[in-house]
Ligand binder design. Sequence first.
Ligand SMILES: Nc1ncnc2c1ncn2[C@@H]1O[C@H](COP(=O)(O)OP(=O)(O)OP(=O)(O)O)[C@@H](O)[C@H]1O
Length: 353
Amino acid sequence: MIEAVGLTKSYGDKTAVQDLTFRVRPGKVTGFLGPNGAGKSTTMRMILGLDEPSGGSVTVAGHPYRKLPNPPRTVGALLDAGAKHGGRSARNHLLSLAQLAGIPASRVDEVLDLVGLTSVAGKRSGGFSLGMGQRLGIAAALLGDPRVLLFDEPVNGLDPEGIRWVRDLMKRLAAEGRTVFVSSHLMSEMALTADHLIVIGRGRLMADMPVQDFIVQNSTSFARVRVADVGQRDALTSLLTGAGAQVFPEEAGTLKVVGLELPQISDIAFEAGVRLWELSPHHASLEEAYMRMTQGAVDFRAGGAQQPGTGPAPAFGTGAPPGPPVPPDHGQPQQQPYGAQPPSFVQPQENAR
Ligand SMILES: Nc1ncnc2c1ncn2[C@@H]1O[C@H](COP(=O)(O)OP(=O)(O)OP(=O)(O)O)[C@@H](O)[C@H]1O
C-alpha cells in the first residue's frame, strides 16, 4: 500500500503537487493519470524518496521510503528506462544493481527470463531498442521481488505488441497481490490496464475511483440535432433547455443535446413545429471525458495552439469543472527537469541484504 496525505511539492513559487491525499492498494493496477506537467513524476519521486515533500507525507508499506527496513524488497520502480550504462550488457547492468542491493545473482537470470531478454542478456544495452530498454528497466524494478511497483509511463514509445506485453505484466503482478502504480497520460491505455484510477491536473486530485465508476460517471450520452430551418435553432434551444437539457451549439450548425432522450427531443421539436434533419444518438468516449476533466489543467499542449485554462469551456458532460485560468508556463521543461537522471531501480544504499 502507498499512502499520501496532504502531499505537496513546491519549486520556488511553482507548486508541482498540491495537497494530494490518496491510497494505492494491493492486488490492483492503479492508473495514475494526468496531462503533461500534472505532477505525476514529482509524486512518484516523492514516493521513492528522491524528492522531499514541501508538505504532507507519503509512505510505502507504512514507512517513508527512506525509512523502509529493506527498500529493494519492498519497492521497485521504473522511472526512466534510459537511465542505464549503455556500455554494459543487460546481465551486467542487472548484476551491478543486484550486488548493490544484496540480491543474489541468480535472481538476475530469473528477471531476464521474466521480461523475455534472456537471449540478448550478453548484448550491450546501449544498442537496445526502446522496447528492449523498457523491458530491461522493468527487470531492474522486479529484481528485489518487491510487493510495491511503480512504473512511470512504461508504454511510452512502445509498439502495440510491447504495449500489450506491459499491460499483461501489470495485471499479472497485481493478481499476485502486489501494489502496482502506473502513470500515464493516456486514458485509453489506462482504461484497458487499470482497475482503479487516480487522476490529477496541475498537481491537484481530480478523481480517485474504480475505472468502472469513472466510465459510468464520465462517458456521456448525447444527441446531435440538426434543424432544417436555421432560424428556428435558437427557439428549439430554449425549449430543450426549458425541458432540462443542456444544449451546446456545434461548429457545423448542429446542436449537441445532453440530458434528454431522443423521443423527448423529437416530441418537443414536433410540437413546436420545428422540422429536424438529424436526430442521432452519440456517446462521448472515455478519452474525451478525461480530456474534458483535465482541460485547463494542462501545462503543455502540442503545437502550442491552446494555453492552459484558456480553452473553451467544457462542451457538455459530467466531468469535474476545469481549473481556473492559469498563466502559460512554457518556461518549464517537460520531462525529468531535475538534471540528475533518476535511477531505474530505487537504490538500497542502506540495510541491503
Ligand atoms: N525541479 C523542478 N523545478 C521547477 N519546476 C519543476 C521541477 N520539477 C517539476 N517541475 C514542474 O512541476 C510540474 C509537474 O511536473 P512533473 O514532471 O511532475 O509532471 P508530469 O505529470 O510527470 O508530466 P509529464 O507527463 O510531462 O512527465 C511541471 O509544471 C514542472 O515543470
